[in-house]
Each structure stands twice: as C-alpha cells, then as structure tokens.
Design a protein around this ligand. Structure first.
Ligand code: AMP
Length: 392
C-alpha cells in the first residue's frame, strides 16, 4: 500500500512516498518558495537528486506538480494507488492524543489552535485542503507533534500561574517534536528487547527538546506552551526568567513582537557565540580557541545535562539515553561533552564508538551505568506508519 507523508510549511512542502508495510521510500522531495515567487523543487528518486524550477502559486499547484512527477517517473500508474496521506501538524492542543483521520471537526480544531502555532497550523490546514482536492480518494490523516506528550501528568504540564490562564487561555506545557521522541523511543525499546523501560530522549537539532519516557509513555518534556522552552537552541533561548521580558520591554520600548523575535531568532548559540547558530561552526570556533564559542558550548551542554539529571531523578533511574536530530546524530563533540558531564552517575563514553555520524549505535562502554545510543530519527516514517495503520 502506498502512503504519502507530508509536512507543509507556509511556503514549503516536504513529502515522502512509501510502500508500506515494507517502509520502502519510493520518492521524496521538497518544494520551496510556494506562493512567494521563484519557486523550485528537488526530488530524490532511484538514488538521484533532481532540481526543477517551476512557479508554484499555492499548495494545490505544489501537489499537482508532485502528481506530475509521480506519473512522469512511473512511481504510480493511477493516483488511486495512494491510499493514505499523513500530514504533520505542530499543535494539537489537548484535543488530540493520537493520529486522527481528517474530518471537518478535526480541521476546525486545528484552525482554532492556530493562535498557539501561528506559523505552522495554518500552513498545515492549507496543505490538507490542497491534498484533499488533488487526492480526493485517499484517506487523509493528521499526526500531531504534541500528541505523544499528552500522557504527561498534570503536575508536569501545568505552570504555577493563575489557574484561569490554563482554563481560559489554554496556557500549559504541550511539548514538541513528539513524533520524533516517539519514534526513537520505540526503536530504543526494540533494541533493548523490552517495553518496561525508562528512557531519556534528546532530540537536539536546530530546535531541541528532551523527553522522559516510562514504559513507552511520555511523562515529561522540556518544550512548553511554545517551542521556545527548555534547552538552548540554535537561535532560541529556551528557559529564562519570565520577568526578563517585561523588564527589557520597559528599558528599550521594544514591542511584544520585537522581543519575541529576539528570543526566537537572535538568541541561543547564535547570541552567545556571536558567530553562528550551527553547531559545526561552534566546533570550528572552539578548535580555534574562540572564547565565545567555548562559552556557548558550555552553556548548551549544561542545560542538556540539567534536564537529564532532572528526568533521572523524576523517573528514579534511567535505562538508556538516546541522541537524535542534527546535533544528536552528528556532533561527536557535543555527545562527548554531555556524556562526560554525566560521569558522576556512572555513565561512561566509548570514544571509538562515539566517533560516528548519523548511524544507529551504542556509544557507551559495557560497564556504563546507563546505555547511550545514537538513533537517527525518522518523523516521515512515523507519520507513514500511523497513516498505514488507519488506512489498513
Ligand atoms: P535539524 O534541525 O535536526 O536538521 O539539525 C540541524 C543542526 O544540526 C544544524 O544547525 C547543526 O547545528 C547540526 N549539525 C548537522 N550536521 C552536523 C555535524 N556534522 N556536526 C555537528 N553538528 C551538525
């Protein structure tokens, strides 16, 4: 059965077509600059990468271009072969704790939640509506980044703020990257050969979050109401003293929008290193003795180990720590720095095993108190798996 996994941004469309349940990728690609001029797209098929320039005025035209590629490359003989289309949705609020089939009610709830994810939810709705037009016979599903975190107990998702802010304005911790945390946790349980596990999953990429997972269920996560909580990220500050915001607004006359822009786009590694948001550049800076990069890396690692320690105590132990996403999968030095900081807990790095990028691997010694693994994430596959289960 052919299943399409879709991630629609406001001006982009990422897709991957699978043959399920074999999990074979038939074609994948990314369409960019949709509706803003100079559109282009890249597709990967049979190990080849092809770039094409074509004006795409909206997401419907993007899906039509995708159909042309599917037919032109003989990936499908008829569009009806595609039985399911799974859409990534960033914010599902507390309405959704699992993947759902798209209905009018589901769509209006996703639209209603746009105020919590103004950049992402409207784009997803546009993508779903366009896909329904172009693939009228396929089952459409929505896979929420927040759904996996819905199992958190109230003491972990509530903020110590007036309770009416929660009931009236839905202010609470929702988490992010749930599809990724779920995928690597399931894979970790497969590797460990059991499901009664305590896991700490570190999704560290440009955006970053850490989750505590007991017996396959999320009990805590570092992201909050929005994807700017918890860890220090490429350009996001993560946890800060909330009173900094009114203080700096009074001092500088910045508007809420301007402050929001600074804490989301001009903070994190970029602000401290004064150089880059990319951990590769930070590593180069450290190699050249750049003091700002050394400080940025120290702060970045400290915040991660703070969360690991917190979740270790909360879960009363930990069987495995998982590293995933851009930095987690590829930064040998960041994994080394984190694991070395955990030596007080008896965690012991295997330096040779750690010297790898983007491969699933155990990177601690046999005597380490906690096993640490690299597990490359695959959110698109997770979306396809959930959609396949519903389409079946
Ligand atoms: P993501 O958001 O998961 O795609 O992660 C992107 C980030 O991963 C980049 O901004 C880099 O900081 C980091 N990254 C990617 N490749 C490497 C690498 N080879 N070494 C260190 N960091 C990397």
């Amino acid at each position: 059965m052919k299943i399409l996994s879709v991630n629609a941004g406001s001006s982009s469309l990422k897709f991957q077509l699978y043959e399920m349940p074999e999990e074979k990728v038939l074609i994948s690609g990314l369409m960019e600059r949709i509706g803003i001029g100079d559109s282009f797209y890249t597709i990967k098929i049979n190990g080849q990468k092809i770039k094409k320039t074509q004006e795409l005025n909206n997401h419907e035209e993007a899906f039509e271009a995708l159909v042309k590629e599917l037919e032109g490359n003989h990936v499908v003989d008829s569009l009806d072969e595609i039985k399911g289309i799974g859409h990534r949705v960033v914010q599902g609020g507390d309405y959704f704790n699992k993947t759902e089939v798209v209905t009018d009610d589901v769509l209006s709830k996703i639209e209603e939640l746009s105020s919590l994810a103004p950049l992402h939810n409207p784009a997803a709705v546009t993508g779903i509506k366009a896909a329904k037009e172009v693939f009228p016979n396929a089952l459409q599903t929505v896979v929420f980044d927040t759904a996996f975190h819905q199992t958190m107990p109230k003491e972990n998702y509530l903020y110590a703020l007036p309770y009416s802010w929660y009931t009236d304005y839905k202010i609470r911790r929702y988490g992010a990257h749930g599809t990724s945390h779920k995928y690597v946790a399931q894979r970790a349980n497969e590797i460990l050969g059991r499901t009664d596990t305590k896991l700490i999953t570190c999704h560290i990429g440009n955006g970053a979050s850490i989750s505590a997972i007991v017996n396959g269920k999320c009990v805590n996560t570092s992201m909050g109401l929005t994807p700017n909580a918890g860890l220090i990220m490429g350009t996001r500050c993560g946890d800060i003293d909330a009173s900094i915001i009114p203080y700096i607004m009074e001092k500088t006359n910045m508007s809420p929008k301007e402050v929001d822009n600074v804490i989301n786009k001009q903070s994190g590694l970029l602000a401290i290193s004064k150089k880059s948001s990319d951990s590769r550049d930070i590593e180069d800076g450290i190699a050249n003795g750049d003091e700002n990069c050394i400080l940025a890396q120290k702060m970045y690692v400290r915040r991660i180990t703070d969360y690991i320690a917190k979740y270790y105590v909360e879960m009363k132990g930990c069987d495995a720590i998982i590293f995933t996403a851009g930095v987690g999968e590829n930064s040998v030095d960041t994994r080394r720095d984190i694991i070395n900081e955990l030596s007080v807990l008896g965690v012991e790095l295997d330096s040779d095993a750690n010297n790898v990028r983007g491969k699933e691997r155990l990177i601690t010694t046999p005597s380490s108190s906690i096993k640490c693994y690299i597990i490359p994430t695959d959110e698109e596959l997770m979306i396809a798996k959930d959609t396949y289960e519903l389409a079946k």
